[in-house]
Design a protein around this ligand. Structure first.
Ligand code: UT7
Length: 310
C-alpha cells in the first residue's frame, strides 16, 4: 500500500505587507528585496488571529478537496515553530475545532522542513497499516517572532498555512521515495531567542547545496533521472535558492512553484501553500512526477518524489 496526497488546501491572512511598506519601517528598498529574494509582498495575520486559526482554515480546505469528513481522520500532525502556546499543541486544537474523533494529534518542530517531516511521518503510519487518513498541516505566524527593526530578516518572512490529507492510494501513485536529514552543527545560523536570528549567508550556502542534492537523491532512489521530474515544489525561501534546485533538475521555469513572490518565506507553511495553489490552478496532473523539497533551521532538510494522483 502506498501513501499519497488525497487533498490539499491553504490559507493566507488578508493583510498584505508590501516592500514599499517595509521601506517606511527599515532602511531597505523594493529593488534590494526583489533582486536578492524575489519577494514582492507577504501576508501578516491580524491581531488576535493566531496560528491555530490559520491552521483550521487550511485544514478545512484540504478536507473539502479530499472530499472527506474530519471524522474520517486517524491522526493530526502540525508542523510549526510558532504555535499559539508552547502547549497544548496546535494539533489538539485542530482535533477539537475540526470535529475530529479523539485521534492522535501532535505538533512537530523541524522549522522550514517541518511539512516534509510531517508528510514522511504520515507515510510511515499509513504504510504500516496503523492509520488510514492523516492530516498534515504546515502553519506559521512568523510575524510574532520577527524583529521588525532588523532589515536582515524582517523583509523575508510572512504568515500562512497549508495542509494536505495523506492516505492510501494505488501502488503506482503516491510517495515513491523520501529523504530526511539534520545537521545540528548549523543550529547557530538560524534560531529563535526572543525574536528570530539568521546568518543569511551561511543558510544560503547550505540551502543552495542541500535543496538540489536532496531533489536529485529522491529521484535517483526510484531509478529515475532529473529529466523525468514534471514539477518542483521547493521551500519558498528565496527565488535564487529555488532556481539552484530547478537548474540542477534541468526543468523549465513554468514547472516550478514561485509563490515566494506573494507570500515571502512562510517556513513550514510554504511547501503546502505552494502545492495547494499549483494543484488548484490545474498545473499538476495525474501521473506527474512531483518533487517536494525543503530545508530549514536545525539545520534540517527533507524531500519526497511523488506520483500525483490517487
Ligand atoms: O527558511 C529558511 C531560511 N532562510 C533562508 O533561506 C535565507 C537564506 N539566505 C538568503 O536568502 C540571503 O542570504 C539573504 C536574502 C538573507 C541575503 O542576501 P545576500 O545576497 O546573501 O546578501 P548579504 O547577506 O551578502 O548582504 C548584502 C548586503 C549587506 O550589506 P554589506 O554588509 O555588504 O554592506 C547587508 O547589510 O545587504 C545588506 N542588507 C540589506 N540591504 C537592504 C541586508 N538586508 C538588507 C535589506 N535591505 N533588507
Amino acid at each position: 500500500m502506498n501513501a499519497g496526497i488525497l487533498g490539499v488546501g491553504h490559507y493566507a491572512p488578508e493583510k498584505v505587507l508590501t516592500n514599499q511598506d517595509l521601506e517606511k519601517m527599515v532602511d531597505t528598498s523594493d529593488e534590494w528585496i526583489r533582486s536578492r529574494t524575489g519577494i514582492e509582498e507577504r501576508r501578516i495575520a491580524a491581531d488576535g488571529e493566531d496560528t491555530s486559526h490559520m491552521a483550521v482554515n487550511a485544514a478545512r480546505s484540504a478536507l473539502e478537496d479530499a472530499n472527506m469528513d474530519a471524522e474520517e481522520l486517524d491522526m493530526i500532525l502540525v508542523a510549526t515553530v510558532t504555535p499559539d502556546q508552547p502547549f497544548p499543541s496546535v494539533a489538539t486544537m485542530l482535533q477539537e475545532q475540526l470535529g475530529a474523533r479523539k485521534v492522535a494529534a501532535m505538533d512537530l518542530s523541524a522549522a522550514c522542513a517541518g511539512f516534509m517531516y510531517g508528510v514522511i511521518t504520515a507515510k510511515q503510519f499509513i504504510e504500516s497499516g496503523g492509520y488510514k487518513n492523516v492530516l498534515v498541516v504546515g502553519v506559521e505566524k512568523l510575524s510574532k517572532i520577527t524583529n521588525w527593526e532588523d532589515r536582515n530578516t524582517c523583509v523575508l518572512f510572512g504568515d500562512g498555512a497549508g495542509a494536505a490529507v495523506i492516505g492510501p492510494v494505488s501502488d503506482d501513485r503516491g510517495i515513491m521515495s523520501f529523504e530526511l536529514g539534520s545537521d545540528g552543527s548549523g543550529g547557530p545560523h538560524l534560531y529563535q531567542d526572543e525574536t528570530l536570528f539568521m546568518n543569511g549567508r551561511e543558510v544560503f550556502k547550505f540551502a543552495v547545496r542541500q535543496m538540489p542534492e536532496s531533489s536529485v537523491n529522491v529521484v535517483k532512489k526510484i531509478g529515475l533521472k532529473e529529466e523525468d521530474v514534471d514539477y518542483l515544489i521547493p521551500h519558498q525561501a528565496n527565488i535564487r535558492i529555488m532556481e539552484a534546485a530547478r537548474e540542477r533538475l534541468g526543468i523549465s521555469e513554468d514547472k516550478m512553484a514561485t509563490s515566494v513572490k506573494r507570500y515571502g518565506n512562510t517556513s513550514s507553511a510554504s511547501i503546502p501553500m505552494a502545492l495547494s495553489e499549483e494543484v488548484k490552478a490545474g498545473k499538476i496532473k495525474d501521473n506527474d512526477l512531483v518533487v517536494l523539497v525543503g530545508f530549514g533551521g536545525g539545520l534540517t532538510w527533507g524531500a519526497v518524489a511523488l506520483r500525483w494522483g490517487k
